[in-house]
Design a protein. Structure first.
Length: 234
């Protein structure tokens, strides 16, 4: 953004490598720029201008706008019942343009279904947190919010998972899915399946393999609760 006065000062500002222009009236020797992005580096310079044209500019100066709390919640939240008394919560950071600063940690709230009051946990370093000491065969709800030095941003919606009645067996690999259905479309393939028949063996996820002439060319891993997948852009 370029700020210009007919007889005064000329202030070019560089935002993400792009420069736009508009004319403003500058009274005195200061100008307040508003409507800028939070926690963003701006480059600017100033020059004097009279009826003969612009003069020599100052050196470019870089300045970063102040940080703030995130303006969006974390993304891609998933829940996994690890053991009969544990649930693992995983997530990804908020979109980069909504972080508004350095993410310093994540605040997680959880509660048992039907019980009043929430409890909190803080995870400073990872994109997952393992809740332990839960009740067997019980349903719990979770939400996640990102934090900066300025405070806590908006929380995600509530996500729900249930602890199993008993610990599942992980000493052996699961059997194959009990059914597999494939639906071809012009540029995609939709796959659906059902879990292995033995419900006592722990399934942490499914690996989908596909490719032209070989099912091993590409692989995708999905969550254990997922029952379908669409292969796109074929």
């Amino acid at each position: 953004m370029n700020y210009r006065k007919r007889r005064g000062e000329y202030v070019p500002i560089n935002i993400d490598g792009a420069v736009a222009e508009r004319s403003v009236e500058v009274n005195g020797q200061s100008y307040k720029m508003e409507g800028l992005k939070k926690f963003t580096v701006y480059s600017l310079r100033v020059l004097a201008l009279n009826r003969y044209g612009p003069g020599v500019t100052t050196e470019d100066m870089s300045i970063t706008t102040l940080s703030d709390v995130p303006s969006a919640p974390p993304q891609n939240i998933s829940l996994e019942g690890v053991l009969s008394r544990s649930i693992k919560v995983s997530w990804q950071p908020p979109p980069p343009n909504s972080q508004n600063g350095f993410i310093t940690g994540y605040k997680l709230r959880y509660r048992k279904t039907g019980r009043r009051g929430d409890q909190e946990a803080i995870e400073p370093n990872n994109f997952w947190y393992l809740f332990t000491g839960l009740e067997k065969g019980s349903q719990y709800s979770f939400q996640v919010a990102a934090m900066t030095a300025n405070g806590t941003g908006p929380a995600s919606e509530w996500f729900t998972a249930e602890t199993p009645e008993n610990d599942l067996d992980e000493s052996q690999v699961p059997n194959q899915p009990s059914s597999l259905h494939v639906r071809p479309l012009p540029n995609s393939i939709i796959m659906s399946w059902t879990p292995p028949l033995n419900p006592n063996i722990l399934v942490r996820g499914y690996i989908i393999g596909y490719g032209v002439g070989s099912p091993y060319a590409e692989t995708v891993r999905v969550d254990s609760k997922q029952r379908y997948y669409s292969i796109e852009n074929l």
